[in-house]
Design a binder for this molecule. Sequence first.
Ligand code: NAD
Ligand code: DAU
Length: 350
Amino acid sequence: MHTILLTGGAGFIGSHLTRLFVRKYPNYTIVNLDKLTYAGNLENLRDIENEPNYRFIKGDITDLGLLRNLFSTHKFTAVLHCAAESHVDRSITDPLAFINTNVLGTASLLQAAKEAWAGDYENKIFYHISTDEVYGTLGETGFFTEDTAYDPRSPYSASKASSDHIVRAFYHTYKMPVKISNCSNNYGPYHFPEKLIPLCIHNIINNKPLPIYGKGENVRDWLFVEDHVRAIDVIFHNGKIGETYNIGGHNEWTNINLVKELCRQMDDKLGRAKGSSEKLITYVTDRAGHDLRYAIDASKLKNELGWMPSLQFEEGISKTIDWYLANTEWLTHVTSGEYQHYYTEQYHKR
Ligand code: NAD
Ligand code: DAU
């Protein structure tokens, strides 16, 4: 039995995690605390919003007074910490927002949990969801393992690395029962269309340019989001306290090949002539400090806890495109207002 404070549940990964826990564990209570920034959207949770074991609270993880009240009211036994500023490009233009939420917000949650649990750690878990970007960048070979030294290079990854260190500090100093996972790039339904895959799907639908940074040779290791949250479930229940687990798809793609695969599948699904979407590919100025390659060695998770990705990429991307084509209303809603302003600012200067 758990009463879980799940942060950032209205975002991309958080909404899948919330759905999984609410449906799979009817005896748990899931309290979703989310500030509803531009990236948070309660439409992502419409199908479970009336479930009896789910509650939503709008609030900021940097608000220690609010966190203290929530711990006192709900007597949380666990934290699933997913809230973050998550987009690298935005961290380049506004680093302080990332340091505020990702560093101070994580520290505030740890402090509130420490005060509420007061050294009684029986059946308690603080689970911190993090990224492979903390390890920096790889050359053409090799993989990130849990022992790879941290070497973050963007304000986003530096803020996530910092939060990982603070979580570990609470484990070593106060014996807080923490778990951390570092995952590679996710894709799937409800992904906000500022990230490469949903942005290209959205732009292909609308016959708009597909912006490729630099030469498109950077490599990412893509994992279907439902496989990520399944891994979090396994680690939450069976992972060892104080341990870190890498999660990855064994699925490396250069950006340009990935976008060409998207174009190929979408021409097919939209009944367009072969090769027509590829004509939308436009090379633009590279991202500052653009990490060349990420690739995860997830063998610890496989060997200790038996987790493996369930979907081949071509199948996962096909499911994802189908979801976006069936949910154009969702796309219209999230691409209005503040996001339109960001889009003009971000791509106008390139
Ligand atoms: P997202 O940007 O889609 O969602 C973030 C959520 O956090 C939003 O709902 C937002 O409203 C909320 N939030 C932001 N600031 C907040 C604050 N101060 N207080 C409360 N809520 C706040 O992010 P995502 O892509 O779903 O990523 C979720 C987590 O997973 C992040 O910690 C990210 O670092 C990590 N991660 C993401 C990926 C990926 O590919 N997207 C991969 C590995 C790890
Ligand atoms: O590796 C995990 C990380 O993956 C997460 O921690 C981050 O939260 C998540 O946003 C993601 O970071 P990336 O920077 O890798 O994802 P993004 O989708 O922004 O970019 C993927 C690649 O595509 C990257 O090499 C940059 C490139 N790109 C991105 C955009 C938005 C383009 O070429 N054009 C674009 O317009």
